[in-house]
Every structure is written in structure tokens, then in C-alpha cells.
Design a binder for this molecule. Structure first.
Ligand code: SAM
Length: 210
């Protein structure tokens, strides 16, 4: 298993008797949760049978196969187990929204969600209007920065000014580095040139956060 700050952060948040890992792929989260005692049972789901097979092979290799149920499923559509916590990581914000929307229709949204979108986090945050945001922080993995969002059912989501960069809650060094990196990138890109309105708004938000 690969030691990776993003996966470690996700696993640190993913406590629950029954955990569902949506979009499991290699299975590092699903199998890692069992190995670390984060969950008693894991439902590993992937829309791709081929990807799911990687997770099953890893579970077999690590000797936790009996506590893992592998399901080919688009989001929660084929999952009828009682799930305490679900991880949706490594998918785009729009795909995550689609999965949550369908889960809401089916009444299958678990009490706790651990979300780590690879892009369009802003759109996902805007969607989480009816969720309580317990945490939203940044973790750096390699040269990339990822948001880790822990959301509980029932709440009032984000304030408008939190949509772009999240809540930095709890505060992390990686958040500060992400903000200063983005500031530098924008200053270099628009050196001597006027920023378009959307970029100017982002830049002003960055200055507020610095
Ligand atoms: C980049 S991998 C992420 C693997 C792992 N969750 C992580 O964060 O490292 C994305 C996986 O999500 C799966 N996936 C994409 N859309 C999905 C959906 N609607 N339901 C279930 N799985 C999906 C893909 O088949 C792929 O295996």
C-alpha cells in the first residue's frame, strides 16, 4: 500500500462500523480502512468491474477479503447495506454531486460523508447546502493540493466566501502553501495585465486569506 498524505487524511476521517468506498478503484481506502481498524466491514463500490477487481485482489492479498463486499455500482444505486460512513474520493465534483443527488432520491445518504474531489470542489461545496460541514481542509500530495471535506446530514453548508477555498478547518500548513502558490501563479500570469473579473475576485479572496 502506498503511503500518501491524501489517502492518510481520508482514512483518518473515515471511522464507522460499516464504511462504503464509492469509486474504490485500487482499493487503498477500502482495504486500508480494514487494516487500520477504521471499519468492521467495508462495501467497496465501483462503476467499473475491472477497477473493482483491483480492490478485491488487494483485499485478498492483505487477508481481509471476508470483511469486504465488492459491488459493481454507479454511486449508491446497487448498495442496500446500512452504511455509517461513505468515502467518495478521487472523482470530480460534478460526478460526486450526481452520486449524492441519486443517493438522496434513493434515501441512501449515510450520516457521514468523507469527500475528496479532484476538481470542481467549489461546485461541490455549493451543492452541500443541506449538510453540516464538520471539516474542510487542504492536504498536499506530491505537487497537488486536495480538499478533504467531512459532511454530516443536516446543516447549512458554506458561506459564499468559503466556496472557492473551503473553510480551512482545521487550519493546515498545506492550505497556507496552496494560497501562496496560487497568489504567485496569478501574479506571474497577469503581471502588467488586467485580470478578468472572475480572476480578480479570486485574487481578492486570496489577499483576504493571506
Ligand atoms: C481516480 S479513481 C479514485 C480511486 C480512489 N477512490 C482514490 O481516491 O484514490 C476513480 C474511480 O471512480 C470510479 N467511478 C467513477 N464514477 C463512478 C460512479 N458514478 N460510481 C462508482 N464509481 C465511479 C472509476 O471507475 C474509478 O475507479
Amino acid at each position: 500500500m502506498i503511503p500518501d498524505p491524501r489517502l492518510c487524511a481520508i482514512l483518518s476521517e473515515a471511522d464507522g462500523k460499516v464504511l462504503c468506498d464509492v469509486g474504490t478503484d485500487h482499493g487503498y481506502i477500502a482495504v486500508g480502512a480494514l487494516l487500520k481498524g477504521k471499519a468492521e466491514r467495508v462495501v467497496a463500490a465501483d462503476v467499473s468491474e475491472k477497477c473493482l477487481a483491483k480492490c478485491v485482489a488487494l483485499a485478498r492479498e492483505k487477508g481481509v477479503e471476508s470483511r469486504l463486499k465488492a459491488v459493481v455500482s454507479d454511486g449508491f444505486s446497487e448498495i442496500d447495506d446500512d452504511i455509517d460512513v461513505a468515502v467518495i474520493a478521487g472523482l470530480g465534483g460534478y460526478e460526486t454531486i450526481k452520486i449524492l443527488k441519486n443517493a438522496e432520491i434513493l434515501g441512501r445518504v449515510p450520516e457521514k460523508l468523507v469527500l475528496c474531489p479532484h476538481q470542481n470542489a467549489k461546485e461541490l461545496r455549493a451543492y452541500l447546502k443541506n449538510y453540516c460541514i464538520e471539516k474542510d481542509y487542504v492536504v498536499k500530495s506530491g505537487t497537488k493540493f486536495y480538499p478533504v471535506i467531512v459532511a454530516l446530514k443536516g446543516g447549512d453548508g458554506y458561506r459564499d466566501e468559503e466556496l472557492e477555498f473551503g473553510k480551512n478547518m482545521p487550519p493546515t500548513h498545506d492550505f497556507d502553501e496552496m494560497i501562496s502558490t496560487r497568489k504567485r501563479v496569478l501574479e506571474e500570469r497577469f503581471s502588467g495585465r488586467e485580470m478578468p473579473d472572475a480572476v480578480r475576485r479570486e485574487y481578492e479572496e486570496i489577499l483576504r486569506l493571506c
